[in-house]
Write a protein that binds this ligand. Sequence first.
Ligand SMILES: C=C1C[C@]23C[C@@]1(O)CC[C@H]2[C@@]12CCC[C@@](C)(C(=O)O1)[C@H]2[C@@H]3C(=O)O
Ligand SMILES: O=C(O)CCC(=O)C(=O)O
Ligand SMILES: [Fe+2]
Length: 349
Amino acid sequence: MSSVTQLFKNNPVNRDRIIPLDFTNTKTLPDSHVWSKPEPETTSGPIPVISLSNPEEHGLLRQACEEWGVFHITDHGVSHSLLHNVDCQMKRLFSLPMHRKILAVRSPDESTGYGVVRISMFYDKLMWSEGFSVMGSSLRRHATLLWPDDHAEFCNVMEEYQKAMDDLSHRLISMLMGSLGLTHEDLGWLVPDKTGSGTDSIQSFLQLNSYPVCPDPHLAMGLAPHTDSSLLTILYQGNIPGLEIESPQEEGSRWIGVEPIEGSLVVIMGDLSHIISNGQFRSTMHRAVVNKTHHRVSAAYFAGPPKNLQIGPLTSDKNHPPIYRRLIWEEYLAAKATHFNKALTLFRC
Ligand SMILES: C=C1C[C@]23C[C@@]1(O)CC[C@H]2[C@@]12CCC[C@@](C)(C(=O)O1)[C@H]2[C@@H]3C(=O)O
Ligand SMILES: O=C(O)CCC(=O)C(=O)O
Ligand SMILES: [Fe+2]
């Protein structure tokens, strides 16, 4: 059983926090979805853009991780047509009427299927979004419930996308860990497991997000502020803006919009990379906002370490002793499931 499946089994979500509102039939923002808060300003910012085809730019990766924790990648090798197909299939799924989407709803202790993201339980107000989570064989099971006779195309596209993300995440993790001084031998776990048992290669989870048009976007929240619990997350966000990161310079007082760049993907460093880098890589707080005119979809691919692999700060520098203790991903996800944005502090030495 994967670490993510185990997490949901051990930490079920409340039933009333699984089924989203039927957004298509909601013309005014209900009180349950009004986030009244003094809103810090949002500006657009110089988020780094890194071309993976240019080895000279690889040195910029470390800097981007240290200063921003979020960056665009171009020339990543994932074809434009695959990204286009993923976009179309997500829109096809989320445009289904509610009574059809409900057929593939997650149960409280299940990690995959249709529903609201699990961080919803940490907030009083509800978010203006819905999601569909994919992992392993659950994809075909849920897609068959949604489209009994017509699920092949959706499944083929999502499987091809997951494979492309597996390859890209291996490349990125190896580059990023390499920039911290890890040798090829240390990174043995990056080599896909040939036995098929899946216990010693990267674990992943694909989250499809949908943010329907919203009657009052300034009072609503698409996806509430959080950091990702992964090593890294690769985000496809199409061409509709919505992703915002907390300003590294003015934490808590300014949000910066991550404007889409045609054909690029966004990499978000997760909490585990922050731990491995002994605090040098930022795991930046981010959120998604909604708009009045465009249905926005995004696909977030979370990459984490192999099931029982202990990870910890990679430092042999006496002047910078480890600030976090060693842990496995399952332990971290469990802490996040109860302590949410305070989980990282629990692992400090
Ligand atoms: C692998 C994971 C990351 C995630 C927690 C989870 O175990 C499975 C759900 C993931 C997700 C997807 C939407 C956003 C997010 C914050 C959430 O609520 O569920 C992430 C979680 C995370 O990064 O902590
Ligand atoms: O949709 C987005 O822009 C953000 C998605 C995200 O942060 C997530 O799924 O963890
Ligand atoms: Fe996220």
